[in-house]
Design a protein around this ligand. Structure first.
Ligand code: C2O
Length: 587
């Protein structure tokens, strides 16, 4: 049986009883009042000085939520302003998701079990190697198909059945779980924060092990949809074979093979020739993995501690290409009003393609750490490491897993097949030095950019609807030395983004080019995107967009300037409000 793997208690220090015993509600011991009032980290008593300093720095530098995110709590709430990991849900209180699209009625709670085991990944003699989906052998395609077929055939109340596996996503992403110990109800939401990578890693881990068990092959490894490589930029063919268990009817008609995936979807221009689309995709990858993801905050997304219903900003890969592929793959609205299946959180897990999509997302985590000779590190904040989830394993046992135990995929028994990374050195050139390329790549975006307007920072908050908006933003420091650039990343922060979370809202951001020449230009800073999902209790949670621009400024020759022109280019004509824009330095 599993032993206790956890070196630190999972629960916050103020929980006196594990919430994991028999689904019983944890008891919350009230803390002394003096530790529960402050919003400024520097004033938080009982914090080790180092942690207090760290939090303070984040708040001051980034204002990305930090302890401010806890401001929604009652000030006398025991958790207010106290650092806490997000706890695993209490299955006994799972309820109908509060975040379903209007008109959709579905349940997604898992079967209840009163016994929870602290999970210890079994030692494996050899690592499983997750293969690239597009180069899977015929034999392995059959195996994958067979495994999913068997999963589909399990009774729907078996937690390992395909129905229940699909429900896992809905439950953790559409408000079926409340956070243990919080009142008024605060839901658990694993997107738009640092929980994004670890949650999906564990989710796929058990999905893979269940499939392996069903076909009696513990070496079964989940293929990854290699959308970052030109050879893998189409939906793998066998997913679109109607007789296959890997087929899902609720997908985009327009994006069936041989359509090349658009990693920055949606864009409001005519689909470019394949070759150009591939090039744009590689640029998007470079932006999300290399130039725009130099520090953990930018790659993983914002912090997310117990007590709030979501983080405040998604990491670079979660935003693009992850979100883009969801929306690109899901049905067109005239067929499925909510973009089912992949185009909406509640239904995304119903498409087998979801798991191979996320296998590649998960692969990005390994690759990100390998870039720059291992200089890039995982987050070491205890609230990240101690956050925990519940899943059913391949033996239908309910297990508790911790973020800190999944940082290295090898410790979970798997690695990824090595394939070329054509995006790794795919640095974009400035549109101004590219001359002609600029006019070719622009499409409708440019025509609209011409009708865009300049606003002043004092005009914020602003509405972004159907035309681009440009604003001059001051930099905290100009002409930074190489050392300074290595120590601190310059981060463009678009704050308080208000929008209807049920819509695939999208806008692109450019620096010093109001023509918005496309993602294949150095002026492209990144995009904001949203996989539609309703937000709980009708409240429209506001998010931030954080974009690393140190490399960009070098490339466009702007590092000696006091300020830059930031252009926001809406892509879907959905109304968005922007609270403010600023530039900060962060490490
Ligand atoms: Cu949980 Cu791709 O989303």
């Amino acid at each position: 049986m599993a032993s206790l793997l956890l070196t630190q208690p999972l629960t916050a220090t103020n929980i006196s009883k594990s919430p994991l015993s028999g689904g019983a509600k944890p008891k919350i011991k009230p803390l002394s009042r003096r530790s529960s009032i402050s919003c400024m980290a520097t004033e938080v008593p009982d914090q080790p000085p180092q942690q207090a300093r760290k939090l303070d720095r984040r708040n001051v530098l980034l204002g990305l939520g930090g302890l401010g995110a806890a401001a929604g709590l009652h000030s006398d709430h025991p958790f207010a302003a106290i650092a806490n990991p997000v706890l695993p849900p209490d299955l006994s209180t799972c309820h109908k998701p509060t975040g379903l699209p209007t008109g959709v009625d579905t349940k997604c709670c898992p079967p209840y079990s009163g016994t929870i085991i602290d999970y210890v990944p079994p030692r494996v003699p050899t690592l499983r190697v997750r293969p690239a989906a597009h180069s899977l052998s015929k034999k392995n395609i059959e195996k994958y198909n067979k495994a999913v077929q068997l999963m589909r055939e399990l009774p729907s109340d078996d937690p390992r059945s395909f129905t229940q596996q699909a429900n896992v996503h809905c439950a953790y992403c559409n408000g079926a779980y409340d956070q243990v110990g919080f009142d008024p109800k605060v839901i658990l939401q694993v997107h738009n924060s640092w929980l994004f990578f670890p949650f999906h890693r564990w989710y796929l881990y058990f999905y893979e092990r269940i499939l392996g068990k069903l076909i009696g092959d513990p070496t079964f490894a989940l293929p990854f949809w290699n959308w970052d490589h030109p050879d893998g930029m189409r939906m793998p063919n066998y997913f679109t074979d109607k007789s296959s268990a890997l087929y899902d009817e609720k997908r985009s008609n327009a994006h069936q093979p041989p359509a090349v995936v658009d990693l920055n979807f949606p864009q409001d221009k005519v689909t470019p020739p394949d070759e150009q689309q591939v090039q744009e995709n590689l640029s998007v990858m470079y932006n999300s993995m290399v130039s725009g993801a130099k520090i953990p905050l930018l790659f993983f997304g914002s912090e997310y501690r117990a007590g709030t219903s979501s983080g405040t900003s998604a990491g670079s890969v979660e935003r693009v290409p992850h979100t883009a592929i969801h929306v690109w793959s899901g049905s067109e609205k005239d067929r499925e009003p909510n973009g089912e299946d992949l185009g909406n959180f509640y239904s995304a897990g119903r498409d087998p393609l979801f798991y191979s999509h996320h296998s590649n997302v998960d692969r990005m985590w390994n690759l990100w750490k390998a870039i720059e000779g291992g200089k890039r590190k995982d987050i070491s904040d205890p609230d990240f490491l101690n956050a925990a989830f519940l899943f059913y394993d391949e033996n239908a046992r309910l297990v508790r897993v911790k973020v800190g135990d999944c940082l290295d995929s090898k410790s979970l028994g798997y690695v990824y097949e090595r394939v070329d990374l054509p995006w790794l050195h795919n640095k974009s050139k400035s549109s101004k030095t590219k001359g002609k390329a600029k006019s070719v790549a622009m499409g409708i975006g440019a025509a609209r950019a011409a009708s865009g307007k300049r606003v002043a920072l004092t005009d914020f908050p602003i509405k972004l609807t159907d035309s681009p908006v440009s604003v001059v933003v001051a930099r905290p420091k100009k002409a930074r030395s190489q050392k300074e650039k290595e120590e601190e990343e310059e981060v463009l922060v678009v704050e308080d983004i208000g929008f209807d979370h049920e819509l695939a809202v999208k806008f692109d951001v450019y620096v010093n080019d109001e023509d918005a020449p496309g993602p294949d230009n150095a002026e492209f800073a990144g995009s904001f995107g949203n996989v539609p999902h309703k937000v709980e209790h009708g409240a429209q949670h506001k998010l931030s967009l954080t974009l690393g621009i140190t490399d960009l400024l070098d490339e466009v020759g702007a590092d000696d300037d006091d300020s830059i022109v930031v252009t926001l280019v809406p892509k879907q004509n959905y109304p968005v409000t922007i609270g403010s824009i600023k530039i900060v330095l962060a490490s």
